[in-house]
Write a protein of this length. Structure first.
Length: 562
């Protein structure tokens, strides 16, 4: 950590001596990121302040075609290590956008590698991080720096079998080292590609391994079918499962350590099929819970509405959408926004995917009758300020959540509905009275996840007449499509971003809800749009015209026929 930056902030009366002393103890953390995460300073104001203190210009990355320049320079290691984005190059100078201009070694390293003089400009931290992720993938920093070691000696250390494990199965004791190395190489390959799940699938004559990348399954490896049992056994050993049991499904957990400060949690599930055990490994990346609301895909109005509602002392915020639409990440981002030492936050989840520091997370256990409703009742006796319920599944849970939202608690939860207004109808069908809905609801968010086009290889597209009419596109509207892919993406796409429909349950909407015995979705939707709500289709159109996604991807996610 560069203590000189702390000294400078103290001298300028931007930081107290006590705060500086606390931050100086965090030797592995970035000062800028700590200042923001601890809410000592706002990201926008901090960037302006650093630009002023170092006499530098403040910029926005969207104003520069940095993707092509980064590809030309081929400085991935330095860009990832220093979180510095090259944005302009002349005959003698390279301009870098950084969020921490105090790192002197950064200038030396880039000057040596590029042979150019280095000029710094300041950019907000989330813009830089999002740019690095879009260029090189989400887990680049941890993997790229240590890939060689992990591929060789460290992998063998990770997969040493105990004598007890070796005695459990003869097939494991034979050639276990190559199998172990292969499994871990598959894990690393999946992490490099930003996969969320790995599927090990045996069939009669073939065996395939597929990665779920950006929401879609892609075939990654096809090892010999004779290795199917050995591979599934190795994964089960890593997750501490019973390798002798092949007739029943099993669930377990494991952890893959990438570096001293970075590891990946894995949830392992086995399923007996006709030709052997299918194994699915879910990769749980803690970085997903650290996303800022601005990174999720909200437009400025939606983001401000979500943040303002989170600041309220009470009310009910519901996030809705199909399975896999990113609802939990949106809730995590909201909790991260308000998480502070003076706030008591409790969550009931099924399952708890990732641990969040500073938040009391509870795993519900329906098998022993510890349900969401039971957890909610327990929370209300624990002096909570904010409650998050993984999902409202029944009337009992809904009633307790609404009662809590009416009695001085901020409650966040999810529902499975197709649109924001359908959420109101679903709750009424569960048995919630309209006047209770009107009194408790503060915000309803409907969302989907769409794949983002790779900025390095996307291509211009010519929409059909049907597509122009469907999305009301002008003839000169800039529209892009995916290419066959490049070294940095998955078949022309890189990462995903959210489409959102955010409805503020304001006074006109509350009045309409209270007056209706049976809620009318069309009338509610019309009033919400009149009040400024951006529908999902319009949200998708914004992403399309910004060059972030393609027409085919929008049609797939929003359910249009080709």
């Amino acid at each position: 950590m560069n203590v000189c930056l702390l000294d400078l902030l103290v001298r300028e009366h931007c930081l107290s001596a006590k705060q500086a002393a606390e931050l100086s103890e965090l030797s592995d953390a970035s000062i800028v990121e700590q200042l923001i995460s601890r809410r000592i300073m706002d990201a926008h104001n901090l960037a302006n302040l650093l630009a002023q203190l170092f006499y530098l210009k403040k910029v926005t990355l969207h104003d520069f075609a940095y993707q092509a320049l980064c590809q030309q320079l081929n400085l991935q290691d330095l860009i990832v290590r220093y979180q510095a984005i090259p944005i302009e190059r002349s005959a003698s100078q390279l301009t870098l956008a950084v969020f921490d201009p105090s790192k002197e070694e950064l200038i030396r390293e880039f000057r040596f590698a590029s042979g150019l003089n280095i000029q710094l400009v300041v950019c907000e931290v989330e813009e830089i991080k999002q740019a690095v992720d879009s260029l090189y993938g989400r887990n680049n920093a941890a993997i790229n720096q240590n890939h060689q070691q992990l591929a060789d000696a460290d992998l063998e250390q990770l997969v040493q079998l105990s004598s007890e494990e070796l005695s459990q199965s003869q097939e494991v004791s034979q050639e276990h080292a190559p199998i172990s190395r292969y499994i871990h190489q598959v894990l690393l390959d999946a992490i490099n590609k930003g996969a969320s799940d790995i599927h090990f699938e045996p069939y009669e004559d073939t065996f395939r391994i597929r990665f779920r990348c950006d929401g879609l399954l892609l075939e990654a490896h096809t090892p010999p079918v004779q290795l199917a049992r050995r591979l599934s056994t190795r994964v089960k050993i890593l997750a501490n499962l019973d390798i002798a049991e092949r007739r029943l499904p099993q669930d377990g957990r494991a952890k893959l350590k990438l570096t001293n400060g970075h590891s990946i949690d894995m949830r392992v599930a086995t399923l007996p099929t006709l030709w052997g055990e299918k194994v699915v490994v879910r990769l749980l990346e803690s970085g997903a819970t650290q996303l800022a609301i601005a990174q999720l895909g909200f437009n400025s109005q939606q983001s401000l509405l979500y943040q303002n509602t989170l600041k309220k002392p009470q009310g009910l915020i519901l996030v809705t959408g199909p399975t896999g639409s990113g609802k939990t990440v949106s809730l995590y981002a909201g909790l991260g926004y308000i998480n502070a030492p003076h706030i008591n936050i409790a969550t009931a989840e099924d399952p708890i995917e990732i641990n969040i520091p500073g938040i009391n997370q509870v795993q519900v256990q329906p098998k022993i009758d510890f349900t969401f409703a039971q957890a909610l009742r327990a929370f209300l006796r624990q002096d909570p300020d904010v409650i998050m319920v993984g999902e409202i599944r029944d009337l009992e849970t809904a009633e307790i959540a609404i009662r809590a939202a009416q009695t001085g608690h901020l409650v966040l939860s999810t529902l499975h509905t197709n649109s924001a207004v359908e959420t109101l109808v679903r709750l009424q069908n569960m048995g919630i009275k309209p006047y209770n809905l009107a009194a408790s609801l503060s915000l309803v968010i409907a969302q989907r996840l769409i794949r983002r086009l790779c900025p390095l290889c996307k291509q211009s597209a010519l929409p059909s007449l049907t597509q122009r009419q469907r999305f009301t596109l002008r003839e000169d509207a800039p529209v892009y499509q995916a290419s066959s892919g490049c070294d940095h993406c998955n078949q022309g796409y890189l990462g995903r971003i959210g489409l959102f429909e955010v409805i503020e349950v304001n006074q006109p909407l509350k009045s309409l809800i209270s007056q209706q015995t049976q809620l009318d979705t069309e009338q509610l939707q019309a009033l919400a749009i009149d009040n400024g709500t951006t529908p999902l289709l319009e949200s998708g159109k914004e992403k399309l015209l910004a060059g972030e996604t393609s027409l085919s991807e929008l049609e797939r996610v929003l359910g249009f026929e080709a």
